[in-house]
Ligand binder design. Sequence first.
Ligand SMILES: Cc1ncc(COP(=O)(O)O)c(C=O)c1O
Length: 367
Amino acid sequence: MDVNRIIPKNIQELKAYVPGKTIEEVVREYNPKRISKLASNENRFGCSPKAIEKAQESFKVINNYPDATSYDLKQKLAERHQTDPDRIILGAGSESLIAMITRAFFAEGETALTASATFVGFLVSCRIKGISLKQVPVSDNYGFDLDLLADNLTDEVKVVYLANPNNPTGTYFTKSELDNFLSKVPSDVLVVLDEAYYEFADGYAPDYPDGLTYDHDNIIVLRTFSKAYGLAGFRIGYGFAHPDVITAMSKTKLVFEPSAPAQYAAMGAMEDQEFLGKSCDLVHTGRTRLYEILDRHRIPYAESYANAVMAIFDDEQTAQTFTENMLRHGVILRRLPGFGLPNCVRITVGLDDEIDHFAETLEKINR
Ligand SMILES: Cc1ncc(COP(=O)(O)O)c(C=O)c1O
């Protein structure tokens, strides 16, 4: 059987997502003395023991399906964010919520608008659904150009996707920029405000807009337990929107996501605000160290408000050589051609000794 005959063109043309290399892969290929995994914007500081403890409770009933409505967790999130549970939706990571949005609001061939260099998960979900994707260039400092996006809000655009802070650039846009943009968005266009890195920016980035303070029916705010809470392996993210938007998204949700351990872990994690604060502080000090190291080697970078710093090279070949040389010494970094930035490399903020490893390796390969 020629399987390609039954695969739709948009799926045939889809390039398989290439995640950052795993530790096992690097051991197999290079067997370096030491490994620092700085490729996937994970929380290098771990997660709260309270999350693990609570997740273990779910094992006692693991023979049962999880609560499809995530009732307890929704109550907890509603209380924390002073909103109604019917404005909240849970999914297996915010990536799954993005997929729900593309399933719920688009017929094939309809249009979404975003920037040229942003979270690849949105682009993949759009391509799977056969959505026509309109991407406008990022600004000179690699941020979302909200003026240019507003200029491109043509009649056919149904959804605008904004990540704040953005991945992979780490840049953010301010409240006044967002307010100005929203004033130009028609009320029947959905604005997806992906705040996966919210905790790293809130209180640190001047004039950073908290998406939850907006009372617009057409805004969907996405957050995740994967980053500051350190629960990426559990796969759990959450979204806030008007109840009608939530209802539409819920219809396209895989009924039993997120898993019971994920729901429990998230509730445990929310009990430990101390861990959250510590994890954000460590990212801030680590980021400053990365800036110092990159400055010392005269490698330009974009100022970041997420848990990674994007280094900028003259061309793709230089970025590729740099990443390979680092990898040979066990420092796993992320190249970004799939994100529209072939000359850039993303460095996740690591633990102190991982940053030491990064710095020592850079000295070695630049000698
Ligand atoms: C901007 C952005 N949104 C969403 C996600 C997906 O996160 P998760 O599915 O783990 O919640 C990521 C992951 O890197 C991201 O960078």
